[in-house]
Design a protein around this ligand. Structure first.
Ligand code: HPA
Length: 260
């Protein structure tokens, strides 16, 4: 299986995959659960990041088990989705952003596979955290579908599960963050460490705290995700057949050498 989708808030359904079965994968970090189905003759994995019934909050997702499981299944390319708030007046609710960089404001997570000892001491290059080939395909496919998708944006990851304060959002904006979410760190880091191509489709669900005219709620996030679910599914499903077998990027080279 070379391609997997990691579905964020509001994306719990593998959509148009057929012959779906559940896989439980035991990893050194715990068990990961995903659905595997076929799409256009190819096996595709689907992993709901927060669990099938959205029971796992962002700070408790077992990111290491999830990414290790994908590696064990021989996945090479990951398309992930994330609901985000926007600090950038140019990025409005309902817009997609094909993220190209991140800032990390998390506090309590496990950020690496490389803890020394057997795994070694590895300093992974993060000059290009998100796969440029997947990013280009996502941007081109969205344009072809007439879906508004910004080519690039900086995702600032906060610890959650609370939303941010207005002062935090002003800080993030001043430091160059366009979007805020609670899950992409350490997910993108771990994916990059093990040489996966990782592309993130962020869906803006709200203007961030202090910019939005109203208090924030998870219900609002899910409502916007629901309204735009078809576009998101179309974008993912139209992108998948365009992903070449050969990887024309450096993602497989930047990570550490690992045996799964
Ligand atoms: N902040 C953090 N995470 C989010 C937001 C937000 O405003 N909207 C959706 N996920």
């Amino acid at each position: 299986m070379r391609i997997a989708i990691i579905g964020g808030s509001g994306v719990y359904d593998p959509g148009i995959l057929s012959n779906i079965r559940e896989e439980r994968v035991d990893t050194p970090y715990g068990t990961a659960v995903l659905k595997v189905g076929t799409y256009q003759g190819e096996e595709i994995g689907f992993m709901p990041r927060h669990g099938e019934k959205h029971t796992v909050p962002p700070h408790r997702v077992n990111y290491r088990a999830n990414i290790w499981a994908l590696k064990m299944l021989k996945v090479e390319r990951v398309l992930a989705t994330a609901a985000v708030g926007s600090t950038n007046p140019g990025y409005r609710p309902g817009d997609f952003v094909i993220v190209n960089d991140f800032l990390d404001f998390t506090k309590t997570r496990t950020y690496t596979f490389f803890e020394g000892g057997e795994m070694g001491v590895v300093h992974t290059d993060f000059t290009t955290p998100y796969c440029p080939e997947l990013r280009r395909l996502l941007v081109e496919t969205a344009a072809g579908l007439g879906i508004k998708a910004h080519d690039g944006g900086v995702y600032a990851c906060t610890e959650g599960p609370r939303f941010e304060t207005p002062a935090e959002i002003r800080m993030i904006r001043q430091l160059g963050g366009d979007l805020v979410g609670m899950t992409n760190v350490p997910e993108v880091i771990l994916a990059h460490e093990v040489g996966l191509c990782y592309g993130l489709i962020a869906m803006v669900t709200n203007m961030a705290a202090g910019i939005s005219a109203t208090p924030l709620s998870h219900a609002e996030v899910l409502e916007i995700m629901d309204q735009n679910g078809k576009n998101l599914r179309d974008l993912i499903m139209q992108t998948i057949p365009r992903i070449p077998r050969e990887r024309n990027c450096r993602c497989s080279l930047t990570g550490g050498k690992i045996e799964v």
